[in-house]
Ligand binder design. Structure first.
Ligand code: SF4
Length: 441
């Protein structure tokens, strides 16, 4: 996928809009004056996409005058569009269009959550983000009757108030994995790999592993923490099956999600995961990750999510098991249009991570690891600095996320309405409703 590495410089008019939108949405944070970042976004997360996300988070509505659908990456989702019907064939109303999905299609005796939107929150660990960010995402998940994942840094005590909506992640470092957090979980997610850095595991800088984070991870403060790749106990489907047996012994009702990156044989991995007992196969493409993921790995290893989804979807059909498993995609899903395109390519739903951060004020400045101050995100998102994290106030942040999800659902329904579909499940795998948009390049 051709893509500029240089940030797209925003115009004067867009910078003015940035100021207005940031102040509109952030009154509760009593910002006062702040320094404008020298550039906003890149070809994938353009300045307009960031601004439109802030607009949606502030108002619950899509903007009239900003592109809230696609970026300028010259590839992937940005080169796909829908073959909408003529206006006289559109459905009359969109409010009744069903956007719910089922997360347990195995037909076993476990529960079958059906979030009203085909979206849940992806794992961002305690340590990579503050507990305030985690709690805001969990409360929004509760509001929407969907889920968010802890990521691999353990399960902070404050999250237990939303436990019915919190996915416990078990990753290769086993940081913070406890019987209690597995027993509390409606879904347990095994993270085998992360799309932004497949084959590399995780690394939390010493500066972010403060007292509380280290305590949660069973470490000592201010020591770098690595989670290895891969699970050193899992080298086969049989090993994976034993992993799942272990979780089922601790919590027999939890659904099992398996998060994998997108190597060329991801279709085989998906089928193996299903036969090992997974309810959800979660494909994570290379465009996700916070600014902490190494640039050398991001986008450069494994397959783009736009190719991995149809590859896995078709293979699951060929194996006769597509209807028995939920296929979830993440790693670069930015907009409601991306969500609909991922579903048309073959996913049942998506996981959002970066988009949640942008809705809470992320400027995509890539300073998540520390930035000039060494204290982490200046907006209080990817930091554990005790002062900076206070920028994320609960009521404000939950409202931003709730508004954003409201706007995403509205746009998703609008797409379905213009395609003549009354249920998002009817869009799954409908590549015939997509068209490739040629650009100048
Ligand atoms: S440092 Fe904060 S604003 Fe910058 S990319 Fe990371 S989360 Fe976003």
């Amino acid at each position: 996928m051709a893509m500029s590495k240089d940030p797209v410089k925003p115009s004067e008019a867009l910078l003015k809009k940035t100021t207005d939108l940031m102040h509109d949405g952030m009154d509760a944070r009593a910002f006062g004056e702040f320094e404008m970042p020298p550039a906003l976004g890149d070809a994938r997360w353009t300045d307009e996409l960031i601004l439109s996300t802030w607009h949606m988070a502030a108002t619950g509505k899509v903007p009239d005058n900003l592109n809230y659908k696609t970026g300028l990456s010259n590839g992937g989702f940005d080169r796909l569009d829908f073959k909408m019907l003529n206006e006289d064939q559109w459905l009359e109303h969109s409010e009744d269009i069903d956007t719910s999905i089922s997360l347990n299609r195995r037909g076993d005796e476990r529960h079958n959550p059906t979030p009203p939107i085909p979206i849940y929150g992806g794992g961002m660990s305690y340590g990579s983000v503050s507990v305030n960010v985690m709690l805001a995402r969990a409360k929004n998940a509760q509001k929407w009757n969907t889920f968010m994942s802890t990521g691999e840094g353990g399960y902070p005590e404050q999250l237990y108030e939303c436990k019915e909506h919190v996915i416990t992640q078990v990753a290769t470092g086993y940081f913070g994995v406890e019987e209690r957090s597995i027993q509390a979980a409606p879904i347990v997610e095994f993270k085998y790999a992360q799309g932004a850095k497949p084959g590399l595991g995780g690394h939390l800088l010493a500066s972010k592993a403060g007292e509380e984070v280290a305590k949660m991870r069973g470490s000592v403060p201010f020591v770098s923490l690595f989670s290895p790749f891969p699970f050193h106990s899992t080298y086969s489907v049989e090993d994976h099956s034993k992993h799942i047996d272990w979780i089922q012994t601790v919590n027999p009702d939890a659904l099992i999600s398996v998060k994998v990156s997108t190597p060329h044989d991801v279709d085989m991995v998906a089928v193996g995961s299903y036969y090992a007992g997974a309810h959800i196969i979660h494909l994570d493409g290379g465009f996700g990750g916070t600014g902490a993921a190494p640039e050398i790995a991001k986008k450069n290893i494994a397959m783009p999510i736009e190719l991995a989804i149809p590859k896995v979807h078709k293979f699951l059909i060929k194996e006769g098991i597509r209807d028995n498993v939920t296929l979830i995609a993440s790693g670069g899903i930015r907009t409601a249009d991306d969500i609909a395109k991922a579903i048309a390519l073959g996913a049942d739903g998506v996981v959002l991570g970066t988009s949640d951060l942008v809705a809470m004020g992320c400027t995509r400045c890539s300073n998540c690891e520390g930035g000039p101050s060494g204290r982490g995100c200046p907006w209080g998102l990817t930091t554990t600095d005790i002062e900076l994290q206070e920028w994320i106030q609960q009521e404000w942040a939950v409202k931003r996320l709730d508004n954003y999800y409201t706007a995403l659902q509205w746009r998703l329904r609008e797409i379905l309405r213009q395609l003549g579909l009354g249920d998002v499940k009817d869009l799954v795998g409908r590549t015939d409703l997509l068209k490739y948009v040629r650009g100048d390049a």
